[in-house]
Write a protein that binds this ligand. Sequence first.
Ligand code: C2E
Ligand code: MG
Ligand code: MG
Ligand code: MG
Length: 296
Amino acid sequence: RAKELGKSRFKVFNQRMHEAVLRLMALETELRKAVERRELYLEYQPIIDLAESRICGFEALVRWNHEYLGSISPAEFIPLAEDSGLITDIGDFVFEQAVTDLKKWNVPEGIAHRGSLYVCINISGRQFMQPDFAGHVEQLIREWNANPEYLRFEITESVLMEQMSVVADTVSRLRTFGVRMCIDDFGTGYSSLSYLQRLPVDIIKIDRSFVAQLQNDREGRSIVRSILSLGNSLGLDVIAEGVECLHQEQVLDDMECRYLQGFLYSASLSVAEVDSLLAMEAPLAYLRFTAESGGF
Ligand code: C2E
Ligand code: MG
Ligand code: MG
Ligand code: MG
């Protein structure tokens, strides 16, 4: 009986695995086509500067809407893109698109009176570790006539822990171009204080799992507080990710966390939505207002 049960469980498991593998294989083929057909596009999530009470930048988030499969999360297709080598093409597309969109938003006659905006671009591990990544970026900057002052690259902590000397070299080179470096999902990797000192990064993003714990208990708060004081003492900007409610904002504000991002203000927006948002007199007030009534 038990044996039989075991067998049938194995069968089910096996079948599920088989289906999962098939999906991945199909997705990879589709992703290749998506890149060629330019089916991918970007959305932008606002980043808030509490001190100046304004939107100070956006994080570019890649989207894929397949004609039959519907929308597929980057959490699923980015790893696939890394394994298949498609990440370079996707990365180039994200860079080009983000730079082009930002140019439109940063025009002097537009929102310049509100200060300039930056864009955060996610760089995956495989992409970052490709030979001469910095040289490639230098070329892209020239090709697209980008202003690197307004560019920020996000890399996760785990990437930074790999091959320290290569990573440190790439980070330094990117910074000499003027690109700022940001550690994404900070606190989820194997952080050690020494690597932060050795790496010339500019910004850290507190992972949203820690922000989610802010309401709960003192312990939850103390992790965020210590990341903030670490950031402050190293002269880094700190962004809290995944801010979903006013209470979290309040606690973060009390801790003097200056930069916030999350569904409380807005989920990622289409280019057209950002266009109309930035045309408004008070974009942040608008986001706050609509957040209360269920988003943009
Ligand atoms: P990430 O860089 O940490 O991006 C933040 C993710 O959290 C986004 O998911 C965003 O939509 C989501 N998020 C933002 N605010 C909130 C909130 O208040 N609550 C909750 N629960 N979630 C929030 P998304 O867009 O699905 O992206 C997932 C991951 O995929 C990203 O994590 C990033 O690692 C990767 N990714 C996205 N776009 C790109 C890209 O252009 N290139 C690369 N290499 N990776 C990307
Ligand atoms: Mg990110
Ligand atoms: Mg993140
Ligand atoms: Mg993440």
